[in-house]
Design a protein around this ligand. Sequence first.
Ligand code: NDP
Ligand code: HSE
Length: 441
Amino acid sequence: MEPVKVGLLGLGTVGGGTVSVLARNGAEIARRAGRGIKIVQASARDLKKSRRCDTTGIKLTADPFAIVNNPEIQIVVELIGGDSLARELVMQAIQNGKHVVTANKALIAKHGNEIFAAARAKGVMVAFEAAVAGGIPIIKTIREGLAGNQIQWLAGIINGTGNFILTEMRDKGRDFGDVLAEAQALGYAEADPTFDVEGIDAAHKLTILASIAFGIPLQFSKVYTEGITRITREDVSNAEELGYRIKHLGIARRTATGIELRVHPTLIPHRRLIANVDGVMNAVLVKGDAVGPTLFYGAGAGAEPTASAVVADLVDVTRTLTTDPENRVPHLAFQADALTDVPILSMDEVETAYYLRMQALDQPGVLADVTRVLADLQISIEAIIQKESPDEDGDSTASIIMLTHRVRERAMKQAIERIQALPAITGDVVRIRMEQLSSKQ
Ligand code: NDP
Ligand code: HSE
């Protein structure tokens, strides 16, 4: 049988990795797919740029529309990034009856509902395994492997750059900017790295995971998003002292009143496997009612790990080219007419535990005042540490560090306002959310 003909948009980190993996493993991939998979044309902005992959035999163009309009091409692989040009190209490819594979989480999270509707109308596939957690096949796992479960919650380290930064800062005391520059040089970071450090990239991925886990439409604008830029070494070492690690987590949880969707730094117990996921590695914990807790681990970014997912999608699409569109696995796991509109909870409604750190004048009664505020709002305390620390003027102050039990975010906001208004409290209260991620939750 003739190889299936593929057009590649983008020859950067992931595009280059895809060319290399397909070339190296071509024979084995053909045995799996039932026919060869051949990249016939590829595009990049600058055709003079030297490439790490070997593009011999691939027709190169600087015009990506030449690829989506090429009648010879059956599958378009979009690896340009961004959600403007990429959206235009993907929609045009679909209109031309081509199947699409993409690693672009921003595109799927923001325009996926529209893209999948267009794809259904045309009877084509849009595959996006590489869009979440790099090389970990988490989309296929939730969509197919866990299809018998009601997913109760999932929590993941789903940005490799952010985890790399937090790990290097903790283990080697390295500077934030310095580690970020290294992540960029290694090809891990987004074109705009604020997407990584401010949690936007993780929010894109969480949007996708929540949709396939709970059967809800993609709703990126409803994800609560907080980055890692305000994490200090002091909080990292306080957390360690209390038996916790700070990780940047994406959390989606089904509750009786709606769905929580949130990305923020989180203290998790040191003993959990996911607390020990370091560097560019990602991990996603998924709790299903039948299977219980499951954990998926692997490289979250980088050329070949991501290409591994792109190529797996190419194999999937190739295998099902001749199947009736009605009998394919639905894009978002649930049949398109069976998605539900369960509300997404506002952050005020979310219930979690907290780490609090505040600076107080070292005088009698301060701790009692703080604990009274918490008690008035029914917030119970799990642990307290007090550390003497002279301030800039040499006056004696103390750092008070507390862990609380679970409470609604609205109550915690009120408590923090009241604590900050106490005359003996200097500066803002630092709060980091805390999750046990236990199998009983
Ligand atoms: P790169 O920046 O390395 O590559 C982008 C490619 O697209 C380059 O070849 C570039 O051309 C081309 N390109 C960029 N803008 C344009 C344009 N306006 N017109 C035509 N071509 C253009 O990105 P990555 O490979 O890192 O990322 C690609 C996608 O994969 C993104 O959606 C990203 O979020 C996603 N992703 C990335 C991962 C990673 O580890 N890097 C992991 C998982 C997903 P030129 O080379 O000439 O500049
Ligand atoms: N910038 C992303 C990350 C790439 O660091 O996780 C993988 O999606």
